[in-house]
Design a protein around this ligand. Structure first.
Ligand code: KG4
Ligand code: ZN
Length: 358
């Protein structure tokens, strides 16, 4: 099966061609056009994102087809992100994919963006297959999910407030760094002295037990406030900036690593998959590998191109669902929010009534 993937959920216009079946899928091409315009505003401006997708979508798809060395008649189906994300941005990809599929008489399938992130590492690592525990960390989501099989997802933990990427972006702003700030914080933190500041690890205590409501959840808004206070108290912010970045990143990473290790141990998994833009963070990946190796588990992290938003992961998740016979009607719509299909709250979450939506 040869599938065209389309992704326009936020500020990347992306298209990819993948072919294969089962877990034997090859990426023939991937084009990602990042919208630069939002930098000026320090955040994604939805209206501008939609307009930029509109001008980019046709040439981006044309380039993905050309790079794959194929023409439209050689495409068997179109997979497109239809949720969650900015609704106006999603609509561009969804409308385009539906029109294309209708014109060619081929199936179209709406894919959940976060399911795409789960599939991304499998494009580069043949062993990044279920069963595994996944940590998805992006600008909008922070999820700990157990995956016994593709399509079956158990929600183990989530953020109670800010997503990990959002925390990076907000702290970057406090430190006067450009948007999106994650990679700037990471770069700055390399020159930071880890002992200069220390922030409390959020929701991380030794006395937590698997049945506790906060055993696998995270919370980053308190950490962000702690950075704000430290920034205000700093007599010479320029001198302290790298140390503050380092202390923030260390606290966030230690929390994510420990919660992920707990989750993998709880389900007895030997494989851990990372996804989402924050998985580009080298310090996070190194710390995760070290900690999980102690438990005999292997960590699979996608390369930056596949960790951030891209259409290859959407086509990959699409192939899985298309092969199961799933198709979307031509009434397929875009949704700002939607639970991951096949996601159920873990027994522990249901028992502690933390809730099960993501
Ligand atoms: O998955 P993604 O590309 O888009 C969403 O679906 O949100 O994630 C974007 C997020 C941003 O918050 C960005 O600051 C963060 O990923 N990010 C990083 C790094 N690179 C990107 N965070 C920490 N360290 C990085 N190197
Ligand atoms: Zn994403």
């Amino acid at each position: 099966m040869r599938v065209l993937g389309v992704e326009t959920s936020c500020d990347e216009t992306s298209a990819a061609v993948l072919e294969g079946s089962g877990d034997d899928v090859r990426q023939r091409s991937l084009v990602i056009l990042s919208q630069d315009v939002h930098r000026v505003f320090g955040g994604v401006v939805p209206e501008l994102a939609s307009r930029a997708h509109l001008t980019a979508i046709v040439p981006v798809v044309a380039r993905a087809l050309a790079d794959a060395g194929c023409t439209l008649p050689e495409i068997d189906a179109v997979a497109v992100t239809h949720a969650p994300g900015l609704v106006g941005a999603l609509l561009v990809g969804v409308s385009y994919a539906k029109a294309l599929a209708f014109a060619r008489g081929i199936p179209v399938l709406g894919v959940h963006h976060m399911e795409g992130h789960l599939f991304a590492p499998s494009l580069e690592h043949p062993a990044a297959l279920p069963p595994f525990t996944a940590l998805l960390v992006s600008g909008g989501h922070t999820l700990l999910v157990d995956v016994p099989a593709w399509g079956t997802y158990e929600l183990l933990g989530a953020t109670r407030d800010d997503a990990a990427g959002e925390a990076f972006d907000k702290v970057a702003k406090l430190l006067g760094l450009p948007y999106p700030g994650g990679r700037h914080v990471e770069r700055l933190a390399r020159d930071g002295d880890p002992s200069r500041f220390r922030f409390t690890r959020p929701m991380l205590r030794r006395d937590q037990r698997p049945g506790d409501a906060d055993y696998l959840d995270v919370s980053f808004s308190g950490l962000k406030t702690a950075v704000l206070h430290a920034v205000r108290a700093a007599p010479d912010l320029d001198a302290e900036r790298p140390h503050l970045a380092r202390a923030f990143q260390d606290a966030l990473i230690e929390t994510l690593v420990e919660k992920t290790a707990r989750a993998a141990r709880l389900r007895g998994r030997r494989r851990v998959v990372l996804g989402g833009g924050v998985a580009c963070n080298g310090a996070l990946v190194v710390a995760m590998r070290e900690r999980l190796a102690a438990d005999g588990a292997e960590v699979f992290a996608p390369s930056p191109r596949l960790a951030t938003d891209n259409a290859a992961m959407i086509a990959r998740a699409g192939i899985f669902r298309l092969e199961r016979g799933e198709r979307s009607a031509h009434a397929l719509a875009a949704h700002a929010a939607m639970p991951l299909p096949g996601l159920e709250a873990s027994v522990e979450r249901r028992a502690s009534s933390v809730g099960g939506t993501a």
